[in-house]
Design a protein around this ligand. Structure first.
Ligand code: DCP
Ligand code: CA
Ligand code: CA
Length: 351
């Protein structure tokens, strides 16, 4: 599935300014009575009826519709709303890849087995987002990312659009070349000069000729025109590190107390690492003393997701670097340089 929020920046504004809901509204640079520079970031569908579009000079929009509502850009707010909406969508995904502020791919690998249940699932996601954030969105459902994206475009606004794999060619064939994801204006012009007018023409084009003109990109384009896309939903790693800290009830110089804390913290950190199916390469121990000075010590190790690797490295860092005289108030264990690849299994290191 590809989920894309409808007229996103303006939809966010509508939430906090209900009075603009039935007015043509534009978020962008200040039009300054038609003298303003800069562009329209986006506008609602009412404004689109007049021909106003994202990326258009704000002065052009003003010429078309001077009495529209013009609002300045508030990225912080849109980012906050994006986090909320994406947070909801993510809950439903087996794999989740956010590709822009208002757009994400959702892979359902186990949760749904046929198109009908996928569509039911899409309805649930759409309803949850709307209920929890108040924002409208459109979801495209298909067998790969390219088709899901194209389906979403076709389903806009406020829709759910299914394109089955077997319907792909029919669905794509009448579309303009630059509606195909990955084809811009320049490529479209070149293709037109070669006599190809639609996505259907490109699908049936002479592959050798495409290769001569565009190299491997030509082959990729033709695959796309046939609805073929093998790219994977790539999970985003927003988490840069995972850590836990413990403050002692009483400041301590006791080595055994500190080491017990390190084992406990390592255990908690590993649980989270494994739950997220991640691995780490860097271990950091933080020691804060009663006089509020702080020591941070890090070490790189072989990539791992195992408790023993974390606890022994953390213990070692503590033993080497902790002050023998100052009382410790707080201790922390953190892993970073996270990745998806599994750590080498112990057994392999002997092979
Ligand atoms: N945006 C931008 N610059 C552009 C296009 C868009 O900053 N040239 C911003 C404003 C949009 C947001 O990104 O609200 C998402 O872009 P989309 O292309 O998804 O467009 P919308 O969400 O506005 O409308 P739609 O309902 O067509 O998805
Ligand atoms: Ca959008
Ligand atoms: Ca988008």
């Amino acid at each position: 599935m590809l989920i894309d929020m409808d007229y996103f920046f303006v939809a966010c504004e509508e939430l906090r300014r209900p009075e603009i809901k039935d007015k043509p509204t534009i978020v962008g640079f200040d039009p300054k009575q038609g003298e303003g520079r800069g562009v329209v970031m986006t506008c609602n569908y009412l404004a689109r009826k007049f021909g106003i579009r994202s990326g258009m000079p704000i002065s052009t929009a003003y010429r078309i519709k001077p009495d529209a509502v013009y609002l300045p850009i508030d990225y912080d707010y849109y980012e906050k709303m994006s986090r909320e909406a994406m947070g909801v969508a993510k809950r439903y995904a087996d794999r989740f890849e956010q590709v822009s502020i208002d757009e994400a791919y959702i892979e359902l690998s186990r949760k749904s087995i046929d198109y009908d249940s996928a569509v039911e699932y899409a309805k649930k996601i759409k309803e949850s987002i709307n209920k929890e954030t108040g924002l409208p969105c459109t979801i495209g459902v298909s067998s790969n990312k390219l088709l899901a994206k194209m389906a979403c475009e076709a389903g806009k606004p406020d829709g759910i659009k299914l394109v089955k794999e077997e319907e792909a060619k029919e669905f794509l064939k009448g579309k303009d070349l630059d509606d195909l994801y990955g084809i811009g204006r320049k490529t479209k012009e070149k293709l037109e000069a070669m006599g190809y007018k639609t996505v259907g023409d490109l699908a049936k084009a002479n592959t050798m000729e495409l290769m001569e003109k565009f190299g491997s990109y030509g082959v990729e384009m033709q695959k796309s025109a046939n609805g073929i896309d093998e790219s994977k939903v790539e999970e985003n790693y927003e988490v840069k590190s995972i850590g836990r800290e413990k403050t002692f009830e009483r400041d301590t110089t006791e080595r055994t107390v500190a080491l017990a804390a390190i084992r406990e913290l390592s255990n908690e950190v590993i649980k989270e690492v494994q739950k997220a199916e991640l691995s780490f390469k860097v271990v950091t121990v933080k020691m804060r003393y009663a006089d509020f000075t702080e020591h941070l010590k890090s070490r790189s190790i072989r990539r791992s997701d195992q408790y023993d690797d974390l606890a022994s490295t953390a213990t070692d860092l503590y033993s080497k670097y902790a002050s023998r005289v100052k009382r410790i108030r707080k201790i922390g264990v953190r892993v970073s340089d996270l990745g998806k690849e599994k750590g080498q299994k112990k057994i392999n290191s002997f092979v």
